[in-house]
Design a protein around this ligand. Structure first.
Ligand code: GDD
Ligand code: MN
Length: 351
């Protein structure tokens, strides 16, 4: 088994010596190569890497007029000759000593082994609370938006190993910079494991990923949701919701015509609209992700409707209390109710 360690670099010159020496030490029992993909760094990282190639098995790719972490990793994959590909950062926030643990998981049958900050035993060193919260919230959004990765605790880690087959022939989008998430959605694999590690502090130099990252991350999630068909699903769910309004109004009219009081007629008409929505969602929106019995799905669908209603009213009342115009307050409540109902249904009813 040959291992290729792909390392994207931009201004990491002063980290290379220690990085290579520690990788060499960690992989002394393996046949391995290091692939440095450098974007023509002003500090001449590529030059330093070439120098060190006389001492370590390093292949240096110097890209001119191209920038980007993901595209650098993808290029690294193309240049790699190993059966197992490892991706890591150059700044030693990813300790090379963890690589053997990742490789062991691959040898034991995993297709992808992730060095994870968020499984038991993993952590982040020296991050203030707010950064930890942002990181966790970002990951939570990804896991909710993309059910395929919902069990993965650190799908945005930049440190992982995979069998070459996972990405072979797969077209990865080089725009998003969370390359692992891209691979987890588009790659060919069945088993993923996470290995805890401590995300340390940078040896030297500065991070390149700050600032624009959050918006880009959300855009990336949106693209992956589209790719997965999750956006289509949300559209179908909305259409079904609209049909429910017609059913509700129609039966309300009918029941009042038949002599029920307006106060009472709203109850069966609402229930009939819930059943209408359930049927169409079960046959159409979520037809490919059905689980459990029809009865249990129907009960869960009611729970989702109920949670949505609670959220809607609580938001409406709170906004009213804050002095917000009532029609606008109601609209905000409806939007949040929709989101809650969609998420509960996607993850619980049909999860
Ligand atoms: N070739 C190339 N081109 N390499 C780049 C570029 C680029 O445009 N931008 C960054 N890199 C390299 C850096 O030189 C470093 O080796 C690695 O990519 C990670 O960059 P950092 O700037 O150190 O990123 P970070 O520490 O903020 O973020 C890391 O942790 C995140 C999790 O919190 C990365 O591993 C992320 O991928 C990860 O999601
Ligand atoms: Mn870093």
């Amino acid at each position: 088994m040959k291992v290729s360690v792909v390392i994207p670099t931009y201004n990491e010159r002063d980290n290379l010596e220690e990085l290579f020496s520690r990788i060499d030490n960690a992989l002394k029992n393996y046949d391995y190569e290091i692939i440095i993909v450098d974007d023509d760094s002003p500090d001449k990282t590529w030059e330093k890497a070439q120098e060190l190639a006389s001492k370590y098995p390093v292949k240096v790719i110097r890209r001119i007029n191209e920038r980007g972490l993901s595209s650098a990793v993808i290029r690294g994959f193309k240049e790699a000759s190993g059966d197992v590909l490892v991706v890591m950062d150059a700044d030693l926030q990813h300790p090379p000593e963890v690589i053997p643990a990742l490789l062991k998981k691959i040898e034991e049958g995993a297709d992808i082994a992730i060095a994870s900050r968020y499984v038991k035993g993993g952590k982040v060193e020296n991050w203030p609370l707010y950064r930890k919260l942002i990181s966790k919230a970002a990951i939570m959004i990804g896991r909710v938006a993309l059910p395929k990765i919902k069990t993965i605790k650190d799908p945005v880690s930049g440190f992982f190993a995979l069998k070459r087959e996972v990405v072979e022939g797969v077209v990865l989008n080089p725009v998003g910079f969370k390359i692992l998430m891209e691979i987890l959605i588009k790659g060919n694999y069945s088993k993923v494991v996470e290995v805890p590690f401590t995300f340390g502090t940078r040896l030297t130099g500065k991070s390149k990923l700050k600032g624009k990252t959050m918006l880009n991350y959300l855009r990336h999630i949106y693209r992956l949701m589209k790719w997965e068909g999750e956006i289509d699903r949300i559209i179908k769910f909305s259409i079904v919701g609209l049909s429910g309004i017609l059913v509700n109004e129609g039966f309300l009219w009918l029941f009042v015509k038949l002599g029920l009081s307006k106060e009472v007629a709203v109850i069966p008409s609402t229930e009939l609209s819930i059943i209408n929505n359930f049927i169409w969602n079960d046959l159409w929106t979520f037809k490919d992700v059905k689980k459990g019995s029809l009865a249990s799905r129907l009960v869960k669908f009611h729970l989702a409707a109920f949670s949505g209603a609670v959220v809607q009213f609580v938001i409406y009342w709170v906004l009213l209390f804050l002095g917000v115009y009532y029609l606008f307050a109601n609209l905000v409540g409806i939007v949040f109710s929709f989101i809650v109902r969609y998420i509960v249904n996607r993850h619980v009813t049909w999860g």
